[in-house]
Design a protein around this ligand. Sequence first.
Ligand code: HEC
Ligand SMILES: [Cu+2]
Length: 381
Amino acid sequence: MQNPITVAILGVVAERSAFGRLKGRQLESLGMRKRRRQFHAVRSAKLGSTSPPRRRKTSLILVFISAWLMLGCGGPQSTLDPAGRGAEQITELFWWSVAVNLLIWLFVIGLAVYATWAQPGGHRHRKANLLIIGGGAVFPTLVLTVYLIYGLALLPGLLAPAPEGSLQIAVLGEQWWWRVRYHPQGGEPVELANEIRLPVGKPVDLFLASPDVIHSLWIPSLTGKMDMIPGRVNRLTLEATKTGVYRGICAEYCGSAHALMKFDVVVMEPDAFAAWLEHQAQPASMPQRAEARGRELFLIHGCSACHTVRGTPAEGKVGPDLTHVGSRVSLGAGILPNEPAAFLRWIAHTEAVKPGVHMPAFGMLPRKDLQALAVFLEGLE
Ligand code: HEC
Ligand SMILES: [Cu+2]
C-alpha cells in the first residue's frame, strides 16, 4: 500500500521541484498555466518521456488496487482476523508495527518533500553528521530494539505448554496430507486425518513431527506456524477463542504437491467436541445395502493395503485413515469438497487432482464400480 503512495507523492514532488527550478530561469514572464504547459514541453523534449498526469493516474490506480487487496484480509485463513490466543497477540504486534512504520514513513516523505523545496546551499558539517548518524544508525537501532524486545516478550506466552491434563494431539506431516492422532485423557488414541477439531476456550498441545521431509503447520487464524522436522517432535500450543471453521496450510516447501497440502480446523463447543471425538473413536458403521458393494470393491481392489477403515479388514497405514472420511469438511487434504462426485473424481483421476500424489489412480475401473466406491466412502460418517 505504501509503495504506490510513495511513488505518487515523490512523482508529484519531483515534478514540482523541477518545475520550480526551470521557472526561475526560463519562464519568468509567462502565466502559470502556460508556464506549466511549456515546462512539460521542454521536459518532454529533453527526456522524451510521457506526460506526468498519466503517471499520476497510474499511481492512483495502484493505490486503489492495493486498498482493494487489503479488503481481502479476512476469512478463514487470515492472521488479521484472529480466532485464537496466539494469533491475537501476533496481530497486535503487527498493528503496532504498522502504526510505527506509518509514522516513520510520513517523516521520511516529509523530509523528501522538504529537500525538494529547500534552497540548495551549504550545510553545517556537524548538523549533517548528526542527521546521518542519528537518522541513519541510532534511530533505526532504537526502533528495531524496541521491536525485538516486544517480540521476545511475547515468546514465553506463545511457547508455554498447555496446563497438565489438556488435550494432546499428534500431527504428522505426510507427503502431502496430515496424519492426526488424538490422545484423550485416559482413553485409547484415535487416528484421523486431514482435519483438526478443537474445543473452544481450551488450551491444546499439538506435537508435530514428520517421517521424511520438513513441513510446517500453520493455522493463521489461531497462532503462528511451527516446523515439522523428521527426527524430532515440536510442541505447538493453541487456544481457539471463537467457534468456526478455519484453514490450515503447509508453510514450508516440501515437494511437488506442497501447495495442495491443506486441512480444515473446526472449533466446536466443548460438549459437541467430546461427542464428536467419541463418535470418531468408534469403528465404521455396518454398511447399508447401497454401500455393501463399495465396501467389497474397497477390499478387492487393494485400497485396504494403504487405508484403514476400522471395523473392516482394511488396516493399511500408508494413506489417511478413512473410517469416518464422509464426516470430514473436505477431501484430499483440503482441496476438494466432501461429496460423492469429488470422491469419484479423486479415485479415478488422483494424479490429475494432486500431481505427485502417493496414491495410484483407479480410472481403469468401470464407472459403476467407481460410483459404488464413492457411495461407500461418502457413507463413512
Ligand atoms: C499405494 C497406496 C494407496 C492405495 C492403493 C490407495 N490409496 Fe487412497 N490414498 C493414499 C494416499 C497416500 C493418500 C493421501 C494423498 C494426499 O492427499 O496427498 C490417499 C488418499 C485417499 C483419499 C482422500 C482421504 C482424505 O482424507 O481426504 C481417499 C478417499 C482415498 N485415498 C481412497 C482410496 C480408494 C477408494 C482406493 C482404492 C480404489 C485407494 N484410496 C487406494 C494411498 C493409497
Ligand atoms: Cu508440506
